[in-house]
Design a protein around this ligand. Structure first.
Ligand code: AMP
Length: 495
């Protein structure tokens, strides 16, 4: 889901920069009492995937009900009166993450529409890369868009499809979109889950105990755990699962192709207690730390994670290097991720709000700091400065991902290329800019080794790593095709 900032009601301008700043979490329940309450719990476990807004659409005896709000899940759905307005045994929900741009309620998902075949709600995680082009042609055909999110094209494509069944209309719509999408959708006959043909974003299927035919779809397994659902399997790339009173069936409307799951989910985005595509995120992060220590070891007294994202890889690093692991930086959990803050001023302030130095662990020491990524460099710079001020003798920064050199167009929040530190500077310059005595990133092959491969196979990487390589596996139709945006966007992103 992303905002289409060039549609007629929202002229391109400064905000056009914000067209790619979205990440999301989705959740769905079929055939369970209090489906909306389970969905609220699931969304709570997926809060890390989006903190800006949340919505739930439930389906009860009297039809569909919806509640959406801006803010955290607990604030929106923590009120029993709100939950009482969402009766039913089926529901879908969505968490939205946007750093800037339009924060209107009309963009909060799930999107809902009344079609000839009945009500239909859909929640989308990912970004569509031809949404602008589709939207332009749909508007010319008379479709009236209600929001500025790319996800709304699904709704119109389904509405105008000439196929008879909901499933065929959905397939018709999916065949017209390019991009990354994990969807959960609900109509009065079924809960539906979909992953795009390359499976860029995650989606898992779970089963609730008790009545035997209660099912859950979620972005990550941590959302199954919170509702006590048993993990059944990942929805496969290009697969549609249809869950109805007969159980679960699967349709694969796309030609088979090698999958490209987002490698950054392992590095940073997914919750560490989730298991993604059979691989536990926590263990992967520890292995990344281990590889990093092998590749770029340095003499030091202590390994310190930048919490929370650097913790598992710092543990792996410390074990492999045989250097003590210490919490030399303490995180204040009562502030959000710094990255969410929309302006540079607040973002700078945010780092101080979020982290403080644990002086006793740093004073007089040679410190290895481990974080998951450097994007703009704001966090690293502030943390290095903070650690030095706390009396560290040396500060060596180690990063558990390769340099982020390219923007993501498939659903991870990254700034434009010219704001990515690694797009403009080599490692030595970056070390100087962040003020570290040394800086090293894990190699691309090292990252793939941590995922159990021999290295990166350029012919079939198996993961989307475009943010580190610029290898964009899904066409960037809007970026390449839109005359007015093309020069600026191409220049910004080096595509
Ligand atoms: P920066 O300060 O711009 O270099 O951002 C790097 C910090 O932001 C790291 O500590 C990461 O943990 C975090 N980070 C990296 N990518 C993202 C993202 N897509 N969304 C939110 N936070 C991120």
């Amino acid at each position: 889901m992303t905002e289409l900032t060039t549609h007629p009601f929202q002229p391109a301008g400064d905000d056009a920069d914000d067209a790619f700043h979205e990440e999301c979490g989705v959740f769905g329940v079929w055939n369970a009492p209090d489906a909306a309450a389970l969905t609220a719990l699931g969304l709570h476990a997926l809060q890390h995937r989006g903190q800006e807004a949340s919505g739930i659409v439930s389906l009860g005896e009297k039809g569909f009900r919806s509640h959406k709000g801006l803010g955290l899940v607990g604030d929106i759905f923590g009120d029993a009166r709100v939950m009482a307005m969402l009766p039913g045994r089926a529901a879908v929900g969505h968490n939205r993450y946007a750093t800037a741009g339009e924060t209107a309620l009309r963009n909060v998902q799930p999107l809902y529409a009344d079609f000839a075949f009945g009500g239909f709600a859909v929640a989308h995680n990912g970004n569509l890369t031809n949404a602008l082009a589709l939207r332009h042609s749909l508007v010319r055909r008379g479709c009236l868009f209600q929001s500025s999110t790319d996800s709304e094209v699904f709704v119109h494509l389904i509405a105008i499809s000439l196929y008879a069944t909901v499933l065929d209309r959905l397939i018709d719509a999916l065949k017209q979109v390019d991009g990354a999408y994990s969807l959960v959708a609900l109509h009065d006959g079924a809960l539906i889950g979909v992953r795009d043909p390359l499976g860029v974003r995650p989606l898992v299927l779970g089963r609730l105990g008790g009545e035997g035919k209660s099912w859950v779809l979620a972005s990550e397994t941590c959302a199954l755990d919170i509702v006590g659902a048993e993990f059944v399997r990942d929805v496969e790339p290009g697969e549609i699962v249809i869950i109805d009173h007969d159980g679960v069936r699967s349709v694969k409307p796309f030609a088979h192709t090698s999958s490209r799951f987002c490698i950054f989910e392992y590095v940073y985005f997914a919750r560490p207690d989730s298991v993604v595509e059979g691989t536990p995120v926590y263990e992967t992060r520890k292995r990344i730390g281990l590889e990093l220590a092998r590749e770029s070891g340095v003499d030091a007294d202590v390994v310190v994670p930048v919490p929370d994202s650097g913790v598992p890889s710092a543990m792996g690093y410390a074990t492999e290097a045989g250097i003590p692991f210490e919490l030399g930086i303490i995180r204040n959990h009562y502030v959000g991720r710094t990255f969410i803050e929309p302006t540079d001023t607040i973002r700078h302030l945010g780092v101080k709000l979020k982290h403080s130095a644990n002086r006793a662990m740093l004073q007089g020491k040679r410190v290895i700091l481990v974080d998951d990524s450097i994007v703009r460099g704001t966090t690293s710079k502030k943390i290095v400065e903070m650690v030095r001020q706390a009396g560290a003798k040396e500060v060596h920064m180690r990063i558990s991902s390769p340099p982020t050199t390219h923007s993501c167009f498939y659903g991870i929040d990254t700034p434009e290329r010219d704001k990515l530190l690694a797009a403009k500077h080599d490692v030595a310059e970056m070390a100087r800019i962040i003020g570290a005595d040394s800086l090293a990133f894990i190699s691309l092959d090292g990252l793939y080794r941590a995922l159990g491969r021999k290295g990166r196979d350029a012919k079939d990487p198996g993961y989307c790593d475009a943010c580190f390589t610029g290898d964009y596996a899904i066409p960037l139709t809007d970026l390449e095709g839109h005359a007015e945006r093309r020069p600026a966007l191409l220049a910004l992103n080096g595509v």
